[in-house]
Design a binder for this molecule. Structure first.
Ligand code: DHB
Ligand code: FE
Length: 279
């Protein structure tokens, strides 16, 4: 049977992808951030997942702002990097696991999570930067990816509680899949950041630290957090953190934090990363 072995939460700051693509990771500005990514790359190389279920948000790149699904799942065999204005990132095409995606789609819809089914979909920095952070620059990504897209860019966004429940339903679906697959779930985006308006540049280290602590210790506190608290404490784009709760919901009650990295600055954003093993 398929099994979720771990969850990874990570920021997706586009400038991190640019630093990788342009060979800047050893520059003084970027080195402390990338030094902290070494252990997670080692962990991934050892864990060797067959599939990553990658929960992410599109930034009105592949989806037009005219129609953004609250939740969507990519069911294709591949997902091409999207052109965000400077051409697509020079990274490998993301390979899907269509059979697992369709299994998840069916199980989730029958569990009353009405995800939009995406037969074709391009993927922006929200999906490709977490791959670069955890894998570096391989010729091919070393696992298949099932993309699950969440609307965090247009009002109204789903609640943290709904995201956590979706994670639980993902776990149930994975555990009912007959193939012996090692699955890691990624929750991406965040951490505290605001990239526009009067509060642009807002970072809240105390709030970010408490969020990372409670992913393991008290996820129920996080699922009860209202959107206005994300906005006030973590900046307008801090709402991306609700996607980490899907990852957390997909893990069991007994999880162990095995690695954490937190660094400011990364562009306008507090970059965070956490690895949680399922026990
Ligand atoms: C930045 C962060 C994001 O999450 C994003 O989607 C775009 C830009 C930034 O900090 O520059
Ligand atoms: Fe973002």
């Amino acid at each position: 049977m398929a099994k979720i072995i771990a969850g990874i939460g990570t920021s997706h700051v586009p400038a991190i992808g640019v630093a990788v693509d342009q060979g800047l990771t050893q520059e003084p500005y970027w080195k402390p951030l990338f030094d902290g990514y070494g252990p997670v790359r080692d962990w991934m190389a050892q864990a060797k997942p067959d599939v990553v279920i990658l929960v992410y948000n599109d930034h009105c790149v592949a989806f037009s702002p005219a129609s953004i699904p609250t939740f969507a799942i990519g069911v294709g065999d591949e997902f091409k990097p999207a052109d965000e204005g400077w051409g697509p990132r020079p990274v490998p095409v993301v390979k899907g696991d269509s059979a697992l995606s369709w299994h998840l789609a069916e199980s989730l819809v029958l569990d009353e999570f009405d995800l939009t089914i995406m037969n074709q979909m391009e993927v922006d920095h929200g999906l490709t930067v977490p791959l670069s952070i955890t894998c570096g620059q391989p010729k091919e990504w070393p696992f298949k990816v099932v993309p699950i897209e969440v609307n965090v860019v247009l009002f109204p966004q789903p609640t943290g509680r709904r995201c956590f429940a979706l994670g639980r339903a993902i776990r149930k679906a994975v555990e009912a899949y007959p193939e012996d697959l090692r699955v890691v779930v990624f929750g991406t985006g965040g951490m505290s950041h605001q990239i526009h308006g009067e509060r642009a540049g807002l970072i809240n280290k105390a709030w970010d630290t408490a969020f990372l602590d409670d992913l393991t210790a008290d996820p129920q506190r996080l699922t009860a957090m209202p959107h206005v608290e994300y906005m006030r404490e973590a900046g307008a784009e801090g709402i991306e953190m609700i996607m980490w709760l899907i990852m957390r919901g997909a893990l069991g009650d007994d999880t162990k934090e095995v690695y954490r990295h937190y660094h400011v600055p990364a562009s306008n954003t507090a970059a965070g990363l956490i690895v949680l093993e399922n026990r």
